[in-house]
Every structure is written in structure tokens, then in C-alpha cells.
Design a protein around this ligand. Structure first.
Ligand SMILES: Nc1nc2c(ncn2[C@@H]2O[C@H](COP(=O)(O)OP(=O)(O)OP(=O)(O)O)[C@@H](O)[C@H]2O)c(=O)[nH]1
Ligand SMILES: [Mg+2]
Length: 269
């Protein structure tokens, strides 16, 4: 009996990491959610999946419920309305912490983040607190992205790196593993981002907390179905927030007599 329980427990753990919850935020992803859940289940059978749906008008929540009914590895967090990616992730992180998970994964529902890359990310998490799936490191590939999106991502990352002094190639990327202990080291209550500057904000906070961050090359593909939620408002939010953080960091560095260096940088691998 004890042996059987042990076997079940180990089957639901990722070696060297523990119990892992993949949080998939959704807003109008009815055409994508079943496909992505199926791919995650095949690529990483040990992980649990939480779909964090913001009451999508296209019925994504009901499809998610049906998936959860048929699979004990899938659960759904129904949220009241569209509150942004950052809020959905923070709710998912809290859900994971309350239930004793050791790590959470961020993954888009639209197929841009290949579940087939997840084993490599989890493998890297054995020796890291945060793993960033990077589009802009050696060995990564970006498929079918229009030039304007490529330029936006490269430009945004260059700006974030220069403004915030973070030696990370893809601070805006949203395919990540966080150990819960790393999230505990970050003051999540201070997070204010709503759109995809959430990813930059968490990169910055992790960097400042001095946790171990590694990047793993991924194959990123343009979404095939459904509509992007990217908007000029989301880009503008990222731009002004990065600028404000950069100014604040520099002021702090000056006050500490460390002009030009960022806190925690020496601990970055
Ligand atoms: N719960 C929730 N999920 C959201 C919200 N906004 C976006 N998402 C989800 O977040 C993920 C990323 O959104 P996308 O629209 O793909 O944004 P993006 O990847 O930056 O943009 P594209 O590259 O154009 O697809 C998807 O799974 C969305 O369904 C939101 O307000 N609430
Ligand atoms: Mg997308």
C-alpha cells in the first residue's frame, strides 16, 4: 500500500523540481485550449494544468470545464472578467502556493509556446529558481512572425536590458518556470503590471532578489488560431513602466554610491 502511494506520488513529480503546475491564462481561446492541453499532457505527463479563464465570451471556460471533467490533471480557475494577463498569473501562482506545488510554469494558450519544449525547461529548473524560455538566445527559433513583431520584441528586449541592467536575452518572453521559493523571495504584492510588461516586471524583481535565473532556447511560433490580445495600450504600458523602473533603479544606485551597477547582478549566472 505504501509502495503504491509512493509510486503515484513520484509519477506526479518532476525529478529534481517536485510538483509542477502549468498555468495557462485564457481569454477567447476556444479554438486553442483543447489542442494545447493535449500537447502538454503528452509532452509532460507528470505536470498538472490550471486554466485561468477570465470569463471568455467565446465559451473557453466551458471547454476548459469539459477538459477538467475528463482528466484529473486539468483544473480550471474561473475569474470574473478580463483583468489582464498579469492578474491571471498572480491568481494562478497563489492557487499553486496554497496547494503545495513546488513550481509553476507560464504558458500561452495559443500554441506560441511549444509544450514539446517543456521537458527542457523543467530539466533546467533542477539547477535554477527561474527558467526563461528564450526566443533570442543561441539555438532558439522564431517561426512565422511578421517583421514588425520581430522588431518590437528585439527592440523591447534591448531597451529592457539597457534600462534595467539585466543580462537576460528575453525579458518580455512569457514561457517560464518559477520555483515557488523564488516567488516567495519576490514581493509579488508590489507587482503592478497588467499586460505583458508583467514578464519584464517579474524578470526585474527576480534579478533584484538575486535568485538563480537561466535561459533555455525555445522554438516560438506565431499563433495559428484566434485573435491576439496584444494592443498599442499593452506596448505603451511596457514602455513607460520600463522607463520608470530604469529611472528608479538609477536613482537608488546613485543614493547608494553605486552609480551604474544594478543590485543583485553579481549573482546572475
Ligand atoms: N485570463 C486572461 N488571459 C489573457 C488575458 N489577455 C491575454 N490572455 C491570454 O494570455 C496569453 C497570451 O495572449 P496573446 O494574445 O497570445 O498575446 P501575445 O502572445 O503577447 O500576442 P500574440 O503574439 O499576438 O499572440 C493567451 O493565452 C491569452 O488567451 C486576460 O486578460 N486574461
Ligand atoms: Mg500569443
Amino acid at each position: 500500500m505504501i509502495q503504491a502511494t509512493d509510486t503515484i506520488r513520484r509519477a506526479d513529480e518532476v525529478p529534481g523540481v517536485g510538483r509542477v503546475l502549468v498555468v495557462i491564462p485564457t481569454y477567447n481561446e476556444a479554438d486553442n485550449i483543447a489542442v494545447i492541453v493535449g500537447r502538454v499532457r503528452r509532452a509532460a505527463p507528470a505536470v498538472q494544468i490550471l486554466i485561468a479563464d477570465d470569463n471568455s465570451p467565446d465559451g473557453t471556460g466551458a471547454i476548459a470545464d469539459a477538459l477538467a471533467d475528463g482528466d484529473a490533471h486539468v483544473q480550471v480557475l474561473h475569474r470574473q472578467g478580463k483583468q489582464g494577463l498579469g492578474a491571471a498569473y498572480l491568481a494562478g501562482f497563489g492557487w499553486a502556493r496554497e496547494r503545495g506545488y513546488q513550481a509553476v510554469v507560464e504558458m500561452d494558450a495559443d500554441g506560441s509556446h511549444a509544450p514539446e519544449d517543456l521537458p527542457a525547461l523543467l530539466d533546467a529548473a533542477r539547477d535554477a529558481d527561474v527558467v526563461i524560455g528564450s526566443r533570442w538566445t543561441s539555438g532558439a527559433r522564431v517561426l512565422n512572425w511578421p517583421l514588425r513583431r520581430l522588431l518590437l520584441s528585439r527592440g523591447g528586449n534591448l531597451y529592457a536590458r539597457l534600462a534595467l541592467g539585466m543580462p537576460v536575452s528575453d525579458a518580455t518572453g512569457g514561457y517560464r518556470v518559477y520555483r515557488i521559493s523564488a516567488l516567495d523571495a519576490i514581493d509579488l504584492n508590489s507587482v503592478t503590471s497588467q499586460g505583458y510588461s508583467f514578464q519584464v516586471e517579474l524578470s526585474r524583481l527576480a534579478h533584484r532578489a538575486g535568485v538563480r535565473i537561466v535561459e533555455v532556447p525555445i522554438t516560438f511560433a506565431e499563433r495559428e488560431r484566434g485573435d491576439s490580445k496584444m494592443s498599442p495600450k499593452i506596448v505603451a504600458e511596457a514602455l513607460w513602466r520600463i522607463t520608470a523602473w530604469g529611472v528608479r533603479d538609477r536613482r537608488q544606485a546613485v543614493r547608494r554610491g553605486l552609480h551604474g551597477t544594478a543590485t543583485g547582478q553579481a549573482r546572475w549566472p
